[in-house]
Design a protein around this ligand. Structure first.
Ligand code: DGY
Length: 328
C-alpha cells in the first residue's frame, strides 16, 4: 500500500465535492452501482484497504473487519445512525468508527415536522385525490384533518434531533412532552418547555408522537400493538429514526382499523421493502428515507465523513468518533 495515498473504499456515490477531496488524498475505490453494495463485493473490495466510508445499508461486523485485514484503520459511516456498525467489533479489531452527527440535525427535524404536517393535514392523500379524479367541489366535510397548532407533541428520544423538533413545535404553540432514558438538564427542559413522561403516559397524552431513538435491541418494536393501543384515535405517529422501532404489521393494522388517525414514515422495518399493508393505507404518508436528503446536508455529511476518514488514516482523533481511542 502506498502510505502517502492510502487505499480506501467508498461504498456509494457521494456529493462530488467530497469525492474530489477523497480522490485528492487517497486511492479511492468507488462502488457506483444503483443499490446497496452486494455483500460479497463489499467484502472483496474492502480487502487490503486502509479505511472505508460506509452507508447505513453496509453491515460492518467481524466478517467485514476480518475481510478488510489488519491494516484497516477507520470506518467512517455516512449517517448519524450506526446500527449497521458493530462498534465493539471495531474496537476489538483496533479500528476507529465514526458517524455524522450534528450536521443533519436541523434537516432531519424539518423532515419530521413535514411528516407531522402532511399526515395531520392529509397532504399526500389530497394530492392523490386530485390526480385520480376529473371533478371535485369544495365541501365543508371534505378530507378533514387534525390541528397541529396547540396540540400536544410527544417526542420519544430527546437527543439533538428530538430537541430540534421541540424547537419547531414552539412555533406552532404546541405542548411538548418527551421520553428518553437520559434526562437532559432542567435548563434544557425549561428552555424547550418540555415535560418528561414515561413512555406509556406520553403515548396516551400526545396528539402527535415523533420517534427519535437509536435502534438498539431495547428499542426494537418499542412501538408495538400494545403501545399503539394506548394512543388516542386522533393521534399521529411519525418515524424518522429507524424502521424497526415500530412493529410495522401492528401499525398497518392500527391504521387500517382507524385506531389511530395517521402515520408519517420516513423509515421502514424491512427497508427498502415497505409492508404491502402499509401501502394500501390512505392514512400513511410514506417517503423513502429522506430525513437528511437536502443538497446542503448531504454535502456536509460527506465532508464530515471524509474528515473522519482522513483523521483515522493520519492516526489523529476523528472529529466525531464512536469509539474514541480505538486503534491506539
Ligand atoms: C442517518 O444519518 O442516520 C439517516 O438515517 C440518514 O441520514
Amino acid at each position: 500500500m502506498n502510505q502517502a495515498r492510502p487505499a480506501v473504499l467508498v461504498t456509494r456515490r457521494l456529493p462530488a465535492e467530497a469525492l474530489e477531496r477523497i480522490q485528492a488524498r487517497c486511492e479511492m475505490t468507488l462502488y457506483d452501482g444503483e443499490g446497496a453494495m452486494p455483500r460479497d463485493r463489499l467484502l472483496a473490495e474492502v480487502a487490503g484497504k486502509a479505511g472505508a466510508i460506509t452507508l447505513l445499508t453496509d453491515r460492518v461486523d467481524d466478517e467485514f473487519l476480518d475481510a478488510a485485514g489488519p491494516q484497516f484503520k477507520i470506518v467512517a459511516n455516512f449517517a448519524v445512525g450506526f446500527d449497521n456498525i458493530d462498534v465493539d467489533a471495531c474496537t476489538r479489531h483496533g479500528v476507529l468508527a465514526s458517524n455524522t452527527p450534528e450536521v443533519l440535525t436541523e434537516t432531519t427535524a424539518d423532515t419530521a415536522f413535514a411528516l407531522i404536517m402532511a399526515a395531520a393535514r392529509r397532504v399526500a392523500e389530497g394530492d392523490r385525490f386530485l390526480r385520480s379524479r376529473s371533478g371535485w367541489i369544495w365541501s365543508p366535510l371534505m378530507m378533514l384533518g387534525q390541528d397541529v397548532h396547540h396540540a400536544t407533541l410527544g417526542i420519544v428520544g430527546f437527543g439533538r434531533i428530538g430537541q430540534a423538533v421541540a424547537r419547531r413545535a414552539a412555533g406552532f404553540s404546541m405542548r411538548v412532552l418527551y421520553h428518553d432514558v437520559y434526562r437532559p438538564s432542567a435548563d434544557v427542559e425549561q428552555q424547550l418547555g418540555a415535560e418528561y413522561r414515561d413512555l406509556d403516559a406520553l403515548l396516551a397524552e400526545s396528539d402527535f408522537v415523533s420517534l427519535h431513538t437509536n435502534l438498539t435491541p431495547q428499542t426494537r418494536h418499542l412501538i408495538n400493538e400494545e403501545r399503539l393501543a394506548l394512543m388516542k384515535p386522533t393521534a399521529v405517529v411519525v418515524n424518522t429514526s429507524r424502521g424497526p422501532i415500530i412493529d410495522e404489521q401492528a401499525l398497518a393494522k392500527a391504521l387500517a382499523e382507524r385506531r389511530i388517525f395517521a402515520a408519517g414514515l420516513d423509515v421502514f422495518e424491512h427497508e427498502p421493502q415497505v409492508d404491502p399493508d402499509l401501502l394500501t393505507c390512505e392514512n400513511a404518508v410514506i417517503i423513502p428515507h429522506l430525513g437528511s436528503a437536502t443538497v446542503q446536508t448531504r454535502l456536509a455529511m460527506a465532508n464530515l465523513a471524509a474528515d473522519n476518514l482522513f483523521a483515522g488514516l493520519d492516526g489523529s482523533p476523528p472529529p466525531t468518533p464512536l469509539n474514541p481511542g480505538a486503534g491506539g
